[in-house]
Design a binder for this molecule. Structure first.
Ligand SMILES: Cc1ncc(COP(=O)(O)O)c(C=O)c1O
Length: 409
């Protein structure tokens, strides 16, 4: 007999979770990675080596490295950031977190009070927006172009806020392989962003978890690496470059910020075994792995774009992503992707409805995000064909008639 806790739950508790029902047949949601690309053998070898050498250090919280995380991992991350993002930092500037989601939670906990305003990108990571909402902050979506945040539009937003006496708590940006659009902000735009942020006295939160996965390998320097980057709090993660289930991310910030985040991280430390294995692996195979993973993802991206073109035709518009794991698709206004999400979900095709990835939820209701990293190429082809059929049935889009060639048939 279970006890009825209902009267004991706090009154503002979130709605109850549904039981997990397993993955859908065609899984285009979330940030899952390519399963075959997880470097299992190398991770096993790394685990064996590091445990044989240092396994007994697991006896203490934080190993022998203190609350910022396993020091050799932080040293390895610093080396990677210097080489890949031009970001000079040391292990002392890094806090290892349980995924970059915890990084965002810690940053919000340190900075956000109810009523605060944050500027983010008009198409934005839903996990960042839902967290800000939960903290009682409001956000404004800055318009994007193919190079990321439009500086003229951002300036207008900042000017408008200034006129109302509002200084935003920070500008949240995903500059390198933006989620969901897949754009990469060039260096010049990063410099402009820093200049505008400085002019209005606003900090920047740079969320860079996809930055290793750029098709042409041309990763610009991190915003934090550029002159004036002291105002930037930088977050990274191994979720997209290795595997999300590891739950290892990190924050790079100066000590006056890190020292305020540390007391908020009250979980006894991020999983030490994952940190140890990753640290070992970073020095032994990570670079080659990322190159191979990026090629695989690029192939799947091509398959996804081809399938969307084939089955939706001119009804679907998208810009080819420059890297990452998502395709951001715009359908005609008549399509409500919230409804499409339900109809497709009932038939085993899972999509992310655009309203959840848009600062202006209503404005994004005819868009959708498709993750191509996890499904196989066959599953991408079949799932997109099925999605187009369902969309046609529900909304008459894509249009199909005797005179219009039916994609995929
Ligand atoms: C932009 C962005 N930030 C943060 C996260 C959270 O990633 P994790 O906590 O797995 O590092 C995600 C996951 O999809 C993301 O897309």
């Amino acid at each position: 007999m279970s006890f009825d806790y209902t009267p004991f739950f706090r009154s503002d508790l979130a709605a109850p979770a549904g039981r997990w029902g397993g993955f859908p047949a065609y899984n285009f949601v979330g940030g899952h990675n390519d399963a075959k690309s997880v470097p299992v053998d190398d991770l096993m070898a790394s685990a064996a080596a590091v445990l044989a050498r240092e396994g007994h250090a697991l006896a203490t919280y934080g190993l022998s490295s203190g609350p910022q995380g396993y020091r050799p991992l932080r040293e390895g991350v610093a080396i990677q950031l210097k080489a890949r993002a031009g970001l000079a930092c040391t292990a002392d500037d890094i806090l290892v977190t349980s995924g970059s989601l915890q990084a965002l939670d810690l940053i919000n906990a340190a900075l956000i009070e109810p009523g605060d305003t944050v500027i983010l990108e008009e198409a934005c990571y839903s996990g960042a927006m839902s967290r800000l909402k939960k903290c009682g902050a409001s956000y404004i979506g800055a318009p994007l172009d193919g190079d990321g945040i439009r500086i003229d539009a951002l300036t207008a937003i900042l000017e408008g806020l200034k006129a109302k006496g509002v200084r935003p708590k920070f500008i949240y940006t995903i500059p390198t392989v933006q989620n969901p659009t897949g754009s990469v902000m060039p260096r010049a735009r990063r410099e402009e962003l820093l200049k505008v942020a400085a002019a209005y006295g606003v900090p920047i939160v740079e969320d860079d978890c996809y930055a290793d996965l750029i098709w042409d390998g041309n990763r610009p320097p991190a915003i934090k690496a550029l002159p004036g980057g002291g105002r930037v709090i930088y977050c990274g993660s191994f979720s997209k470059s290795i595997a999300p289930a590891l739950r290892v991310g990190y924050i790079v910030a100066d000590w006056p910020v890190l020292s305020r985040l540390l007391p908020l991280k009250t979980d006894g430390g991020t999983g030490a075994l994952e940190q140890m294995v990753l640290s070992e692996y970073l020095a032994n195979g990570f670079d080659g792995h990322v190159t191979a993973l990026t090629r695989t993802l690029q192939g799947k991206c091509a398959a996804m774009m081809e399938a969307v073109n084939q089955h939706f035709g001119s009804a679907a518009e998208f810009t080819a992503p420059k890297g990452g794991i998502f395709l951001w698709v715009t359908l005609p206004d008549a399509v409500d992707t919230g409804k499409l999400f339900k109809a497709a979900g009932a038939e085993g095709v899972a999509i992310n409805p655009g309203s959840e990835w848009s600062a202006d939820a209503a404005g994004g209701s005819h868009r959708l995000r498709l993750c191509f990293a996890h499904p196989s190429v066959d599953s991408i082809r079949e799932g997109v064909a099925k999605l187009a059929e369902i969309c046609h049935r529900e909304f008459g889009v894509p249009v199909r008639s005797a005179n219009v060639q039916r994609g995929g048939s």
